[in-house]
Design a protein around this ligand. Structure first.
Ligand code: MG
Ligand code: MG
Length: 246
């Protein structure tokens, strides 16, 4: 799908709302807060900006963000779960402006965390930016995952296979998928006007996952820590433009 300049302008506005959710939730998170309170902070941003949530009611999801602590990889449901000193917390968030979607995620340390946790967060964010760097017209879709995987594995970590990034536009999840690893083929050529949400999920241990009975929460099968970073990125003639930056 090739998005026009006008469409990308709308996605840029959605991206700004998403960036503000990331900023405000990051400021709010500290030991003792519940993940439900963090969701409320995100709701207030969406409301204040006159945007809509793309997470709320998505296949019945009950909140505007996903909150996934420690060994939870993605899709955690905000609850009375209290965040504690030493935790790491992944927050995935999105917004819709004039029918166009933004989607992003980050993992943050809560207070003092282990050296392993700090390294995992740093490497996962670095892997996202390595993927973004090759998002240029003429490169191939799966070049993105190849770069992500190289950074994660060089640090001794693994990249989740079961959950991947996606094209994004008038729906949050559009085709094609964007794997965070090399799937064995180069995939289609990238073109100016393509917009993708790239979202490496990196585990300190193995990449296998399990899902909880709540139908949402995804955890590492081996109990190891996991981090998640995501941006919505438009490919332009000049290279990648990250739409979900403040
Ligand atoms: Mg997301
Ligand atoms: Mg996404």
């Amino acid at each position: 799908m090739i998005r026009t300049k006008d469409e990308i302008a709308k996605m840029r506005r959605a991206g700004k709302v998403v960036a503000e959710i990331m900023e405000k939730t990051r400021e709010f998170v500290k030991p003792g807060v519940t993940t439900l309170q963090i969701d409320k902070v995100a709701r207030e941003v969406i409301e204040r900006r006159g945007a809509r949530s793309n997470f709320l009611n998505y296949h019945g999801f009950p909140a505007v963000i996903c909150t996934s602590p420690n060994n939870m990889i993605v899709h955690g449901i905000p609850s009375k779960c209290v965040i504690e000193e030493g935790d790491i917390l992944s927050i995935d968030c999105g917004a819709i402006v004039e029918g166009y979607h933004g989607d992003a995620a980050y993992t943050m340390p809560v207070g003092e965390v282990s050296a392993l946790a700090a390294k995992l967060i740093q490497v996962t964010e670095k892997s996202l930016y390595a993927g973004i760097e090759v998002m240029k017209p003429g490169n191939r879709l799966h070049d993105i995952g190849r770069e992500v995987q190289a950074v994660a594995e060089a640090a001794g970590f693994s990249v989740v296979r079961k959950y991947v990034g996606h094209a994004i536009g008038t729906a949050m999840h559009e085709e094609p998928q964007v794997p965070n690893y090399w799937p064995g083929t180069p995939g289609p050529k990238l073109k100016a006007g393509n917009v993708f949400a790239v979202e490496p999920m990196v585990n300190a241990g193995d990449f296998d996952t399990i899902e909880l009975d709540d139908g949402w929460s995804v955890l590492t099968a081996d109990g190891s820590l996991s981090a998640h970073f995501e941006h919505t990125i438009a490919i332009t003639e000049d290279g990648p433009e990250i739409l979900t930056l403040a």
